[in-house]
Design a protein around this ligand. Structure first.
Ligand SMILES: NC(=O)c1ccc[n+]([C@@H]2O[C@H](COP(=O)([O-])OP(=O)(O)OC[C@H]3O[C@@H](n4cnc5c(N)ncnc54)[C@H](OP(=O)(O)O)[C@@H]3O)[C@@H](O)[C@H]2O)c1
Length: 278
């Protein structure tokens, strides 16, 4: 099959491309670097020419609605008009967590449904790299802040890429549908995550300081709205196994620290890997 992958040079998209190629498919990465701009529609028709399906991994949270919502709507209207199966990556808990970015991801899902074409939305929990960054961000020296029962269910980005490939190469649905949510095999408290990160660089476990959840956003996180519910598809490498493969002073492999941030830091200038270390 010829499958176009938007954001196909990004962290997730590049893994989708590699997995597709590994299964003998013709994977076509498209993004601004290849002349396709979802924010304006430039190059979209040419970029999607001859596609049997599209996997949508492109995003730019720094641009507000422009790519996340409007770009997704533009893409969904195009694929709907061409009766092309659109497979979209989304995030577990976006309907309960009042982060601006999550509200945009929810609006993007609605835009896909409204476009009316065959589409599958896969929601995933936070990838290992983002979870590591978040746990580091909540740690100051030997102290980790825990909001209520805050925990994560980090998922292996390669496992998510494989699920996207299975969906894109499987039967196209008649209309919009949600796939079973995908998540990692274990739920880890923020204290457990911070302890693993510190142990990875030879430091002792941090002291966990509980802080009260104030406001709807913190309450949702404290209540673990970011964790997958029963019936989710659980799999991929455990966090500890992923961590063991990272150099102790790792600067690489840390991706979108913006995804849970209310105000996304610009990529590169405030790279998550320059954030506080446990
Ligand atoms: N990180 C997590 O924990 C997590 C969890 C669940 C879901 N997700 C979702 O996974 C998706 C992909 O994340 P990622 O980390 O792979 O992102 P990424 O590495 O930042 O890649 C995004 C890609 O989008 C492309 N892009 C940006 N603006 C564009 C535009 N206007 N038109 C066309 N392409 C554009 C970029 O390529 P160019 O610069 O060449 O345009 C870039 O390669 C996001 O939708 C995110 O919500 C992430």
């Amino acid at each position: 099959m010829r499958i176009v992958v938007t954001g196909g040079l990004g962290d997730l998209g590049s893994r989708v491309v590699r997995t597709l190629q590994g299964h003998g498919h013709d994977a076509v990465p498209v993004s601004r670097r290849s002349g396709v701009d979802l924010a304006t529609g430039r190059g979209l028709e040419a970029g999607l020419a001859g596609a049997d399906a599209v996997v949508h991994c492109a995003d730019d949270p720094r641009k507000g609605d422009l790519v996340t919502v409007d770009g997704t709507r533009r893409l969904a209207e195009f694929t709907a008009a061409a009766d092309l199966h659109l497979v979209h990556i989304s995030i577990v808990g976006i309907d309960a967590i009042a982060l601006k970015y999550y509200q945009r991801k929810l609006a993007a899902e609605r835009a896909i449904a409204e476009a009316g074409g065959p589409a599958t939305v896969l929601r995933a929990t936070q990838f290992h790299s983002l979870t590591a960054w978040l746990a580091r961000s909540l740690t100051r020296g030997p102290v980790t802040l825990a909001i209520g029962q805050l925990a994560f269910q980090p998922v292996d980005i390669d496992y998510v890429a494989t699920r996207l490939v299975q969906l894109a190469t499987g039967a196209s649905p008649a209309a919009y549908e949600r796939a079973t949510d995908v998540a990692g095999p274990e739920v880890l408290t923020i204290g457990e995550l911070a302890a693993m990160l510190r142990a990875h660089r030879g430091a002792t476990a941090p002291r966990v300081l509980r802080v009260p959840a104030v406001g709807g956003l913190m309450r949702a996180l404290a209540a673990r709205a970011n964790v997958a519910g029963p019936g989710a598809d659980l799999g991929g490498r455990r966090f500890v196994d992923w961590l063991a493969e990272q150099p102790p002073g790792a600067h690489r492999g840390v991706n979108d620290g913006w995804a849970l941030s209310a105000q996304p830091p610009p990529r590169h200038s405030r790279c998550p890997c320059h954030g506080p270390r446990p």
